[in-house]
Design a protein around this ligand. Structure first.
Ligand code: SAM
Length: 224
């Protein structure tokens, strides 16, 4: 059965959402599965209520606890880079608002998502329940991955790492991809790493992005 959201489309945002998706297409997002799923997600429910009027601008916006919901272009770019088939098993590190996990769910993926901030973890769980998004969530340090369910066909890290966390490479399936921003605290290159053999990887780097830090054992130390 095709995944759906329990949500009455709000006509106030329909046109803005359509225009955003069209802009993403013009910026080079070609995967129609991503565009069509993004056209169904009420981003206004995932952003801080004070920013609802900007929900369909192609920008990152604040959520609670000093974190952000990523820019729609970045979400679409990273999802496209994962190169997933329907039904793939995907691990997301950094649940945040829950928007990215909702997108992967709507695209027909089996989604596992980890958030380190308890308040955000709870809030994301509430919106998943409200919208009927069937994903497995966990509160903890995602830089360690989620070993119980490994290997994953795709791992997406939505926070910036100082280096590629070793456990995530280990938890990738053969032919699986890890998409992760790596760099300093100001800017990061997007690494797209494909596991081609047991200990063999191919790596591409794409242009620069700016993410909040990945904090954890294989990320930045808190405050450091
Ligand atoms: N994917 C999110 C969305 O769709 O809204 C955006 C995520 S926000 C840019 C980055 C998130 O990563 C924050 O919520 C932050 O708390 C979380 N984070 C940072 N370090 C983490 C870690 N080690 N494990 C899990 N989550 C982490």
């Amino acid at each position: 059965m095709e995944p759906k959201l329990n949500y009455q489309n709000n006509y106030q945002f329909k046109e803005a959402r359509f225009q955003l998706v069209d802009r993403l297409r013009q910026r080079g997002i070609k995967d129609e599965r991503i565009l069509s799923a993004m056209n169904k997600i009420p981003r206004e429910l995932f952003v801080d209520p004070a920013f609802v009027s900007q929900a369909y601008e192609d920008i990152a916006l604040p959520i609670d606890c000093n974190q952000t919901i990523s820019q729609p272009y970045t979400v679409a770019f990273m999802t496209q880079a994962l190169n997933l088939k329907e039904g793939s098993k995907v691990l997301e590190i950094g649940t945040g608002s829950g928007y990215q996990a909702t997108l992967l769910y709507l695209m027909g993926m089996r989604v596992y998502t980890i958030e380190r901030i308890y308040e955000l973890y709870l809030k994301a769980n509430r919106i998943f329940q409200q919208l009927g998004v069937n994903v497995l969530t966990r509160w903890g340090d995602g830089s360690l991955g989620w070993k119980e369910y490994a290997p994953y066909d795709g791992i997406i890290v939505t926070a910036a790492a100082p280096k590629v966390p070793e456990p995530l490479l280990e938890q990738l399936a053969i032919n699986g991809r890890l998409v992760i921003p790596v760099g300093d605290r100001s800017y990061q290159a997007m690494y797209i790493i494909t596991k081609v053999g047991d200990n063999q990887f191919q790596e591409e780097q794409e242009h620069f992005f700016k993410f909040v830090p990945l904090i954890g054992e294989y990320g930045w130390q808190n405050g450091g």
